[in-house]
Design a binder for this molecule. Structure first.
Ligand SMILES: Cc1cc2nc3c(=O)[nH]c(=O)nc-3n(C[C@H](O)[C@H](O)[C@H](O)COP(=O)(O)OP(=O)(O)OC[C@H]3O[C@@H](n4cnc5c(N)ncnc54)[C@H](O)[C@@H]3O)c2cc1C
Length: 190
């Protein structure tokens, strides 16, 4: 089983839209989901379970800090359009290539920073910290998530109720292994 974000739901057409990161070029190295994305044909069937629980972004804040890599770009796209229209802050998004950028329906006060270098945590830390209460929404690779959790929770003292932070995958580990590591990490955080 693999977890994906519903990018768009079109009930009248009985369709959902999913954006899948093609994380390996050589099909032989792919995971199940990437292989499905590469080889899917009209008429193929897949099993779908869900939707899972959707963690809300805490909107009771003066500004917002959103962070994503490409696996979380669909989720960030859905979340950013639910922010108040006068929301301000940053959305830092790491892509594979500049062509992977997508139009976002974001409030004008949200500065969108697209990266094509593997410097997600460094770029987040380099942004000037704004005044007032921040609300953080962050989803990305496991090690980047840990670096960013350290930054927001410990270096910037953001209280847990104002942070949603999650790893969506782990470099070098399949989803089965990632789930185990994620559970162990969550237990250590309690
Ligand atoms: C809540 C949630 C929502 C998600 N939404 C999306 C989404 O909308 N779109 C999306 O593309 N992904 C999304 N993901 C991430 C996706 O579930 C994982 O990337 C998944 O592991 C891919 O499965 P796979 O079978 O292709 O690769 P796996 O079999 O899990 O892994 C095979 C190999 O590929 C590598 N690998 C796996 N994922 C990546 C990656 N993203 N980049 C580089 N290398 C990788 C691993 O290191 C491993 O060696 C989401 C995850 C969560 C938890």
């Amino acid at each position: 089983m693999r977890t994906y974000t519903i990018r768009r739901f079109m009930p009248s057409q009985h369709q959902i839209e999913v954006d899948m990161v093609r994380h390996q070029i050589e099909q032989a190295d792919c995971g199940f989901a990437a292989r499905l994305a590469l080889n899917a044909q009209v008429g193929d069937t897949i099993n779908i379970a869900g939707p899972g629980t959707i963690a809300p972004i805490n909107r009771d804040a003066d500004w917002f800090f959103m962070v994503a890599d490409m696996t979380a770009l669909p989720a960030l796209s859905a979340k950013i359009k639910t922010l108040p229209r006068d929301a301000k802050g940053y959305a830092v998004i790491q892509l594979d290539t500049a062509e992977d950028a997508q139009p976002l329906d974001a409030p004008a006060g949200m500065e969108i920073i697209w990266l094509t270098t593997p410097t997600l945590a460094e770029t987040v830390k380099a942004q000037p910290w704004l005044a007032g209460q921040v609300s953080v929404w962050c989803a990305c690779e496991f090690e980047s998530m840990r670096a960013l959790r350290q930054y927001f929770r410990n270096d910037r003292d953001v209280e847990r109720e104002f942070i949603y932070i999650s790893s969506y995958w782990k470099n070098g580990v399949t989803e089965e292994g990632h789930k185990v590591i994620k559970r162990e990490d969550a237990e250590r955080q309690c």
